[in-house]
Design a binder for this molecule. Structure first.
Ligand code: 5GP
Ligand code: ZN
Length: 113
């Protein structure tokens, strides 16, 4: 996708320090962190949201696997963390490229906060 900010970050057209990268995904710190650790994990291929991921495509499972690995590396696995995929307007999605938020390093409330 030509004008997509997360495609540009994942493909290194916009210089961003990546905390993780493989053939399928890139992970980087959120510009506006909501917790001491706030990492975004995005597929390198453009999907507007989880609604566009076809059955049998393992990208979402891979994103969660990478989150699990990074949580251990970043020291938030033991106390816990939150994984969120906002989807569409009511879901609070502001960037139309599928992404997994991983927040940790503080206690999270539920359902808000
Ligand atoms: P959403 O609201 O779509 O679930 O999450 C989008 C997230 O992307 C927000 O938390 C926002 O701070 C982050 N974000 C938006 N633009 C950029 C950017 O250019 N660089 C980085 N690192 N994060 C961004
Ligand atoms: Zn994109």
């Amino acid at each position: 996708m030509d004008d997509c900010i997360f495609c540009k970050i994942a493909n290194k057209e916009i210089p961003t320090s990546l905390v993780y990268e493989d053939d399928l995904v890139a992970a980087f710190n959120d510009l506006s962190p909501q917790a001491p650790v706030h990492v975004l994990i995005v597929p390198k291929k453009h999907y507007q949201s989880v609604l566009e991921v076809p059955e049998g495509d393992a990208i979402v499972a891979h994103m969660f696997h990478v989150a699990s690995k990074l949580a251990k590396e970043l020291g938030i696995a033991e106390k816990g963390f939150r994984l969120v995929i906002n989807t569409g307007k009511d879901g609070g999605q502001s960037v139309p490229h599928l992404h997994l938020h991983m927040t940790g390093g503080r206690e999270h409330g539920w359902p808000a906060g």
